[in-house]
Design a protein around this ligand. Structure first.
Ligand SMILES: Nc1nc2c(c(=O)[nH]1)N[C@H]1C(S)=C(S)[C@@H](COP(=O)(O)O)O[C@H]1N2
Ligand SMILES: [Mo]
Length: 456
């Protein structure tokens, strides 16, 4: 077991504050000698009202406020859990997302796990040699650096709820991220750690095992955070043993993010990274691993993060009829523009990201400047200067997103649309209605933004 209490201070986001002042508002970046300023200038009546700051007072301290995108303001220390996503343009400003701008998704209070000397990861269940490992034991195993995009299944939920209300945290297009390197220093990739397949060998499970000699078929990851949704129990998830013991699947027990130890928000000291799979299975603050006969029975596997058809509602839902979602489908979003924009006539560059699950590459990104009547193909790239070739593991990061860019002429009010095609020729659905689901997960419909074109 690991010790520690509830994470009560916002320590990790240094340098910037993510602040959206109501809809269509703007962000304030407050910096003081490389450290976050203690004071924020609060502009915007709506925000001041939401956080209870008087009209005249423009200054609040960072202890009073925790802010997230999408007009939802979490009062620090009062409202938990902490959920945050960066603005669209920030998200695509680099191929690898800086830790500060990496979305944060929590189902309970962020725990503090800081007694590293006594930290032990226990591995038990249906194994020959149950074991307790210190962080040093895990660091002794070969280290791998895997550039992998993590995407919350709820990404783009807000747009889905416009069709019909859904239940869940409202996300724009940025509940996704990829990491950061100084340019020309592609030495390490975003997630650094030991391969789960190597760790499981320590307890006597050979590579590419479907079952252990005691009948274990799934690998359960258990954390320490207390989640209301799961009756105050810890966050848990599982993946099949065959997935966990496949070195090629690159499942990591990660202790580094972007070359530095994980920070608390992202799972310090140890988290799971399951590339190509919805973020919900990448358990943070890992406490124990159990080898079990069936998939994990926790709330987030059995009563959440499942994809239901549009006709299932809260009255007729039978959770047992669907499998827990694992791989995510092909996705893309325009990030250089907001939902509604006013621009001048002329050339317009459209940029965004595209990604698919299961390690499938992005074969094409199509962009329309006329609401979907005609299309042009966007250029795709990961690292600048290296052409992206989908499913070419030597040249491209298999588990990572691609950024895209294309320019077109706009002369009148129009809708810009993006859709991606993955290497299995899967394509995003045209309309959100056909994939609407009550939990609002996996909105991968064509991404559309409105342009008001006005000459100055
Ligand atoms: N222990 C724990 N692990 C967790 C969660 C959580 O609430 N508790 N949230 C999951 C979900 S739903 C997502 S999308 C990712 C988000 O990871 P991030 O906050 O590092 O971006 O973590 C996953 N792992
Ligand atoms: Mo998530």
């Amino acid at each position: 077991m690991v010790g520690g209490g509830v994470y009560k201070r916002w320590l990790e986001v240094s340098g910037y504050v993510w602040l959206e002042v109501a809809r269509g508002g703007h962000w304030l970046e407050v910096e003081e000698g490389g450290r976050m300023s203690q004071e924020l200038v609060v502009k915007g009546r709506r925000l001041r009202k939401l956080i209870g700051v008087s009209r005249r007072s423009k200054l609040i301290t960072k202890e009073q406020i925790l802010v997230r995108y999408n007009s939802i303001v979490w009062l620090f220390g009062l409202a938990e859990p902490f959920n945050a996503e960066p603005p669209r343009t920030t998200l695509i400003s680099s191929y690898v997302t800086p830790v500060d701008f990496f979305y944060k998704r929590n189902h309970g209070p962020v725990p503090v796990v800081d007694d590293i000397e006594s930290y032990r990861l226990s591995i038990g269940g249906l194994v020959e040699k149950p074991m307790e490992l210190s962080l040093a034991n895990i660091k002794k195993l070969p280290k791998y650096n895997v550039t992998s995009t993590l995407q919350c299944a709820g990404n783009r939920r807000t747009a889905m709820s416009k069709t019909k209300a859904v239940k869940g945290v409202g996300w724009d297009v940025s509940a996704i991220g990829n990491g950061f390197f100084p340019p020309a220093l592609y030495l390490y990739a975003i997630w650094g750690g030991a391969k789960l397949a190597d760790v499981l060998e320590l307890v006597g499970i050979t590579k590419l095992s479907r079952t252990t000699s005691f009948g274990g078929k799934h690998v359960e990851f258990v954390s320490v955070d207390m989640c209301k949704e799961d009756h105050g129990g810890p966050y848990k998830a599982s993946i099949p043993l065959i997935h966990a013991t496949n070195s090629e699947a690159d499942v990591l027990l990660a202790y580094e993010m972007n070359g530095k130890p994980l920070n608390r928000d992202h799972g310090y000291p140890l988290r799971v990274i399951v590339p190509g799979v919805i973020g919900a299975r990448s358990v943070k603050w890992l406490d124990s691993i159990n080898i079990i006969p069936q998939e994990c029975q926790g709330f987030f596997m059995q009563r959440d993060y499942k994809m239901f058809p549009p006709w299932v509602n809260w009255e007729n839902i039978d959770w047992s009829t669907r499998r827990p979602q694992m791989d995510f489908p092909v996705q893309s979003a325009i990030c250089s523009l907001e939902d509604v924009n006013t621009v001048q006539p002329g050339k317009l560059t459209v940029q965004g990201y595209a990604v698919s699950g299961g390690g499938r590459g992005i074969e094409r990104v199509d962009v329309s400047f006329d609401g979907g009547k005609t299309w042009v193909e966007a250029s795709r790239y990961q690292k600048s200067g290296i052409p992206y070739v989908s499913d070419d593991d030597a040249e491209s990061d298999k588990w990572a997103w691609v950024l895209f860019e294309v320019a077109g002429d706009v002369s009148q009010n129009t809708e810009i649309v993006a859709k991606a095609v993955d290497s299995a020729a899967n394509v995003q659905p045209e309309n959100v209605a056909v994939i609407w689901n009550l939990r609002g997960i996996l909105n991968t419909s064509w991404h559309r933004v409105q342009l008001h074109v006005k000459p100055t």
